[in-house]
Design a protein around this ligand. Structure first.
Ligand code: ATP
Ligand code: MG
Length: 428
C-alpha cells in the first residue's frame, strides 16, 4: 500500500514555477527602487524572543493575543516566529549600534507568520518587503517613503490602488484623545462587543479598528482624533499632505485609519485596492517615534512600511512571465554525448547570460526535438555524428521558419549572440 501523502501546513503555500517568475519580477522591481532611493538591505532571523513582539506590537493586539506562533525552546525560553519585520529591525539596529551611526535607510524581505484564518490574500506564512528609516523626524521622509511606494505600483503597472493617510498625532495629542475617547466609550459600554470591551480597557484607540459592522455606528459617532491634534502634530500632517500634493500623489485623508499595531504616532498610511476583495490592503506603514525607546534605545524617531508580496502577485497573476531558455541543445548518438557537454560548457563561458538547456538522458532526434520545442527556446542546436566529424553545429529556428544554418565550432558563440541579441533578452 502506498504511504499517505503529506500535505503542507494550512495557510502555508508552495510557490510553483508557474508563479515564481512573477514573484521574482515583483521582488526585483521593488528592490531596484529601494536601492535607487538609497535604502540598504538588512536580514534578521525568522525566530526571535516572544518578549520582543509583546513589547513592540503590544500585548492587546490580535497579532500577539491570537496569531503568533510561539513555542518554548529546550532551555525554556519563549520564542516566536516573527509576525512582522519592524521589531526585529529595531532590535538589530540597537544590538549592532547602527542606530547610533546617523540616519539609516533600511529594507528587508522575507516570510512572516500569523495564525489567521486562511483565505484568499490571507495566509499563515506570507511574505513582506518592508523599509524602516531611523533618525529622521519627517514629514519629508514620510512623504518620500509614500512617493517611493507610489513608484512601486507604477513600475509594476498596478493601477487601481488608492492611498489613505491619517495622523495619530504626537504622543501628547494621543494621550488627550485617548481620554476623550475613553469617556465616550464608557457612556456606550453596553453597546460594545466583547472584543471592543477588552480593547477599551487596554487600548481604546483600537476600538476604532473594529471590523464588526454592528460597531460602526459607535465608531462613526466617536470623537474625532483630528480635533485633538496639537499644533506640531498638525504641522507635521500638513507638511506631509503638501509634499504629496507637490509630488502629484493623490490620497484620501481618512481619520478612521488607526492601524492595528500599537507603536504608530503621527503619520499612518495604507494603500488599498478593490481588486482583491476583503484583503484589499497591499501596503501599510507610518511613523513610530516611540518604539526605539520602548525597546531600550534612545529617543530615535523612525518610520517605515511593509507590503504583502502574495497580494501583489495575486493582482499580477494573469501575466505570463515564464522564464524561457534561449537555446535547447540536442545531441544525437552515443558518441556525441561527451562532446555535447564540453561544447555547451564552452558556450556558457563565452556567452554570459545565456539561458540554455542541454539535453540529458539521450533519446531519439524526434523525442529530443519535441523537448526542445516544449521548452520554449528560440533556437535548437544539433550535434550529430556528422557534425562532430565536421566540427560544426546545426542551428534550427524554433519560433520562425528561417532556414537552418550550419556553423563551425569557432563561429558558434558569435552567431548565437547575433541571433539572440543576448543583451536585449537579458533585460526582459
Ligand atoms: P490586514 O488589514 O489585511 O490584516 P495588516 O494591517 O494586518 O493587514 P500589516 O501588519 O500592516 O497588515 O502588514 C503589511 C501588509 O502585509 C498588509 O498590507 C498586507 O499586504 C500584508 N499582510 C498582512 N497580513 C497578511 C497575511 N496574513 N497574509 C498575506 N498578506 C498579509
Ligand atoms: Mg491583519
Amino acid at each position: 500500500m502506498a504511504a499517505p501523502l503529506l500535505q503542507a501546513i494550512r495557510g502555508m503555500n508552495d510557490v510553483l514555477p508557474t508563479d515564481s517568475n512573477i514573484w521574482r519580477h515583483v521582488e526585483k522591481s521593488l528592490t531596484d527602487i529601494l536601492f535607487a532611493y538609497g535604502y540598504q538591505e538588512i536580514r534578521t532571523p525568522v525566530v526571535e524572543r516572544t518578549a520582543l513582539f509583546k513589547r513592540s506590537i503590544g500585548e492587546v493586539t490580535d497579532i500577539v493575543e491570537k496569531e503568533m506562533y510561539t513555542f518554548d525552546d529546550r532551555n525554556g525560553d519563549s520564542l516566536a516566529l516573527r509576525p512582522e519585520g519592524t521589531a526585529s529591525c529595531v532590535r538589530a539596529a540597537l544590538q549592532s549600534g547602527l542606530i547610533n551611526q546617523g540616519i539609516q535607510r533600511l529594507w528587508y524581505a522575507g516570510p512572516m507568520f500569523r495564525r489567521e484564518r486562511p483565505q484568499k490574500g490571507r495566509y499563515r506564512q506570507f511574505h513582506q518587503v518592508g523599509a524602516e528609516v531611523f533618525g529622521l523626524r519627517g514629514p519629508d521622509i514620510d512623504a518620500e517613503m509614500i512617493t517611493m511606494t507610489n513608484r512601486f505600483w507604477q513600475k509594476l503597472g498596478i493601477k487601481d490602488v488608492r492611498l489613505h493617510v491619517n495622523s495619530l498625532g504626537n504622543l501628547e495629542s494621543r494621550a488627550r484623545y485617548r481620554e476623550a475617547l475613553m469617556a465616550y466609550l464608557e457612556r456606550h459600554i453596553e453597546k460594545l462587543d466583547t472584543d471592543s470591551r477588552q480593547r477599551f480597557r487596554k487600548n481604546p484607540l483600537r476600538v476604532l479598528d473594529s471590523k464588526n459592522p454592528d460597531m460602526q455606528a459607535i465608531v462613526n459617532d466617536a470623537p474625532h482624533l483630528a480635533e485633538y491634534l496639537d499644533e506640531p502634530s498638525w504641522q507635521h500632517f500638513q507638511g506631509l499632505c503638501d509634499r504629496l500634493d507637490m509630488a502629484g500623489v493623490s490620497y484620501v485623508s481618512d481619520d478612521k485609519l488607526v492601524r492595528g499595531l500599537d507603536y504608530y504616532s503621527d503619520t499612518v498610511f495604507e494603500w488599498i485596492t478593490d481588486s482583491l476583495g476583503a484583503q484589499g490592503a497591499v501596503c501599510a506603514g507610518g511613523r513610530y517615534d516611540g518604539l526605539v525607546s520602548q525597546l531600550g534605545g534612545g529617543q530615535v524617531p523612525a518610520a517605515g512600511f511593509a507590503l504583502g508580496i502574495e497580494r501583489l502577485v495575486e493582482i499580477l497573476s494573469d501575466r505570463q512571465m515564464r522564464q524561457r531558455p534561449h537555446v535547447y541543445f540536442v545531441g544525437v548518438g552515443d558518441i556525441v554525448q561527451m562532446p555535447l557537454h564540453q561544447i555547451s560548457e564552452k558556450l556558457r563561458d563565452d556567452i554570459p547570460g545565456l539561458r540554455m538547456i542541454v539535453n540529458c538522458g539521450g533519446g531519439s532526434f524526434k523525442s529530443q526535438f519535441r523537448r526542445a520545442d516544449k521548452s520554449g527556446a528560440v533556437i535548437a542546436l544539433v550535434l550529430g555524428e556528422q557534425e562532430l566529424h565536421d566540427q560544426s553545429i546545426v542551428i534550427k529556428f524554433l519560433r520562425t521558419d528561417a532556414r537552418q544554418e550550419v556553423v563551425s565550432y569557432t563561429q558558434l558563440a558569435g552567431r548565437i549572440t547575433e541571433i539572440l541579441n543576448i543583451n536585449k533578452q537579458q533585460v526582459e
